[in-house]
Design a protein around this ligand. Structure first.
Ligand code: CP
Length: 414
């Protein structure tokens, strides 16, 4: 597929919020090209351009290219303040050169790195609005889903994200594989890697399985959920959705409700949200919240859902993980739903703009009632939609970090 022209790409994605900025990079703020950027730099301007942040290739510019030329000095400070006021996120103008080939957890990321992924995902979301929903960023690369646990959203979202980046994809599930004959995780992965793989997307019931693989493989490893440890792309897509819906992260009070004990989603959300300045409260029965969690996480604990509903901006409900025997931690499902489930009556006391989230799959009538899951406060399907863009960004960055920048052999002027 031929990349679209740089000028077209930059014209179409020129962000609304930059209108009125002093953009000296050509008519309408088109990308000035490498030589143009250099000229601008010599004139004393700062070039803030995604393509350049990513190590610069024409291909990356054609995906998400933006050329923003901001004058130095007081004017630059003014522009920075204006951008921060719009997005309420610090550090948006800082360069992030992505060097991490693996995404194993949000705990390992800085606030700037999280914002960088979110901003890149916002650019990739635009790709999904085009008639041809595809870019050539990972053409010739191979992405393999390596799933040892069931999944609907994550596996399909990663598969589609890889296809939208033009990668070849393969899918491995442990059922029906030689795992049943006793082949180990490392042997399984190394044998598939020998076919020429660039990235593994790994889901496993054992916490640490993706970390182990990252030490034995040459390719990228992306954690798609490991036991009760982390589910970083779910955390990122949740944070992306909160920022998109609420306009900010900093200062929000976000409740994560339910089966915290078994939840990798709760941990990834809490790491990411607190790094970006939100307050996180874990709410659920005492038996489903690990007693030592505050020793290593900056979160509040509550067992009072009504108080949390009244005071939080976001209510992220977690599934009761019956397959991990979570049902043994409370007397009955009916009692759990009555005391800790979200329902219409409870939500009457919620803040006007409060949103309801759920990573899925939902136990309807337990964590929340069907009318709330499908109601106006719910952003559950938006989470799924945003997951695609977030996973495109993660694949793009990690595979790019592994092999020099993706598409480096296909540079154009950018
Ligand atoms: N949210 C989530 O991880 O869903 P799946 O188990 O369907 O992938």
């Amino acid at each position: 597929m031929k990349p679209e022209s740089l000028a077209d790409a930059t014209r179409t994605v020129w962000p609304e919020r930059m209108k009125g900025w002093k953009a000296r990079a050509g008519a309408g703020g088109e990308h000035p090209g490498t030589a143009g950027c250099r000229r601008e730099e010599e004139r004393g301007s700062v070039i803030v351009c995604r393509a350049h942040m990513l190590g610069c290739s024409g291909q990356s510019s054609s995906i998400c290219g933006r050329a923003i030329v901001v004058p130095f000095g007081r004017a630059a400070k003014k522009a920075d303040a204006r951008l921060n006021a719009t997005n309420n996120c610090r550090g948006r103008l800082q360069e992030v050169i992505w060097t991490k080939p693996h995404l194993l957890g949000i705990q390992d990321l800085s606030g700037e790195e999280i914002l960088h992924i979110l901003d890149l995902a916002a650019s990739f979301k635009e790709v999904s609005t085009r008639s041809v929903k595809k870019v050539p960023a990972l053409r010739g690369r191979v992405v393999v889903n390596l799933f040892f646990e069931a999944s609907t959203r994550t596996s399909n979202s990663f598969a589609l994200a890889a296809k939208r980046l033009s990668a070849d994809t393969m899918s491995f599930t442990s059922s029906g594989s030689s795992v049943s004959k006793g082949e180990t995780l490392i042997d399984t992965a190394r044998n598939i890697e020998a076919m020429g793989v660039d990235a593994f997307v790994v889901r496993h019931s054992a916490a640490g399985a993706p970390h182990l693989l990252s030490k034995h493989l040459k390719c990228s490893v992306i954690n798609a959920g490991d036991g009760c440890h982390e589910h970083p792309t779910q955390g990122l897509l949740d944070i992306f959705t909160i920022r998109e819906t609420m306009g900010r992260i900093e200062g929000l009070r976000v409740a994560i409700l339910g089966d915290i004990r078994h939840s990798r989603v709760a941990r990834s959300n809490a790491w990411g949200l607190t790094k970006l300045g939100a307050r996180v409260v874990f709410c659920g029965p005492p038996s489903l919240i690990p007693r030592d969690i505050r020793e290593y996480m900056d979160v509040e604990i509550s067992h009072d859902v009504d108080e949390v509903v009244e005071t939080c901006d976001v209510l992220n409900c977690l599934r009761i993980q019956f397959e991990r025997k979570a049902g043994n931690y409370f007397p009955s499902v009916r009692e759990y739903a009555a005391i800790f489930g979200l329902n219409g009556e409870r939500m009457k006391r919620a803040r006007p703009g409060c949103i309801i989230m759920h990573p899925g799959p939902i136990n309807r009538g337990i964590e929340l009632t069907p009318e709330l899951a499908d109601g106006p406060r719910s952003v559950i399907l938006r989470q799924v939609e945003n997951g695609l863009a977030v996973r495109m960004a993660v694949l793009y960055l990690c595979v790019g970090a592994l092999r020099g920048h993706a598409g480096a052999e296909n540079r154009d002027e950018g």
